[in-house]
Ligand binder design. Structure first.
Ligand code: PBG
Length: 333
């Protein structure tokens, strides 16, 4: 009688052995929780396509931040819904802008909780694009070009105002060419040479951002983002994007979305020595929530498997709307 020469099951036979040989362990310290802040008072409104994620006004924000800090999550990523929008996104770089105000509050409450500021204009522009737009009419439709270098000036102002308000990390998500270089120079000139840039280096033009655009009221009013965000079919181009950001002085490299792009996370992990960030985006969150609400999947098990998969693929940091849930589950495991 012949037996297997190698027995893999020996190291799987009980929880103790499995834990001893486990290669990837997710920690609360790996996670970043996004927060949506808005004007008004007494607001804690659930985003309909993202159950469990809310808009907070500044007077209801503390409760949320208490919970995040209490769970040992080291960082939050702020998105703002402004009172007014215009063609250049003025409220994005106003000293009393909603992100700037929220940053000041959070840093006063929790000096050690890291505030990451998303540096983009789409939440603040009336046309919903991530930069300044030159509009024109064609065949009766409004069209527009997103102007690269003109937009950089506005983005630099946004980043500097966020750093002035106390943001610990600047995370530019606008996908203009040269944004890391321009923002690095702007931060340095303003004395913020120690504020790191977490670059959305490889950001795909993805349908998975749908629920976020409802949450942030940032859908483009005409056209799409395909002239600045990347084609989901491309991966060599991802290397070029990341290389450029490294040369321009980025401190961390992000891949976004995460689930359909883990090959890109792995590629960047293997090619670069900078910390790699995976952004588990809104549509990925909503799909899981919807299936869980139907009772079709086990939410906790699926989320932990996905986040572990992102870490296994090479992410050092994971931005996810599940951060609070995951941190809570890790405590009770
Ligand atoms: C801003 C920005 C977006 C997201 C993060 N920053 C939207 C977009 O590019 O359209 C998406 C985040 C998510 O879907 O969770 N440009």
């Amino acid at each position: 009688m012949s037996f297997p020469i190698v027995r893999h099951r020996r190291l799987r036979q009980n929880a103790g052995i499995r834990s001893m040989v486990r290669e990837t362990v997710l920690h609360a310290e790996d996670l970043v929780q996004p927060i949506f802040v808005t004007y008004g008072s007494g607001i804690k409104n659930e985003i309909s396509s993202m159950p469990g994620v809310y808009h907070f006004s500044l007077d209801t924000l503390k409760e949320e931040v208490d919970e995040i800090a209490g769970l040992g999550i080291p960082a939050v990523l702020l998105f703002g819904i402004p009172e007014t929008k215009d063609s250049v996104g003025t409220s994005g770089f106003a000293e009393d802008g909603i992100v700037q105000e929220a940053t000041r509050l959070i840093k006063a409450w929790y000096p050690d909780l890291l505030v990451i500021a998303d540096t983009c204009l789409c939440e603040f522009t009336d046309h919903g694009h991530c930069g300044m737009v030159h509009t024109f009419e064609r065949d009766g439709h409004t069209c527009g070009d997103v102007l690269n270098d003109e937009s950089l000036e506005l983005l630099v102002r946004t980043a500097v105002s966020q750093a002035k308000a106390g943001a610990d990390i600047i995370a530019p998500s606008n996908m203009m060419d040269g944004f890391v270089q321009a923002i690095r120079a702007g931060l340095d000139d303003a004395g913020f040479y120690n504020v790191p840039i977490m670059s959305y280096s490889v950001k795909y033009a993805s349908a998975f951002y749908g629920p976020f655009r409802e949450a942030a009221d940032s859908a483009p009013q005409f056209g799409d983002r395909k002239t600045y965000q990347m084609d989901p079919a491309n991966v060599r181009e991802a290397l070029r994007e990341a290389e450029t950001d490294v040369l321009e002085g980025a401190d961390m490299l992000m891949v976004k979305p995460a689930m359909a792009y883990l090959d890109v996370v792995r590629l960047l992990r293997d090619q670069f020595d900078l910390p790699i960030v995976a952004y588990n985006v809104s549509g990925e969150y909503s799909m899981i929530k919807a299936a869980a609400q139907q009772g079709w999947i086990s939410e906790q098990a699926i989320v932990m498997e996905l986040l572990t998969g992102m870490k296994r693929a090479g992410a050092d940091i994971i931005i996810t709307y599940f951060s609070k849930d995951a941190a809570r589950w890790m405590r009770s495991l």
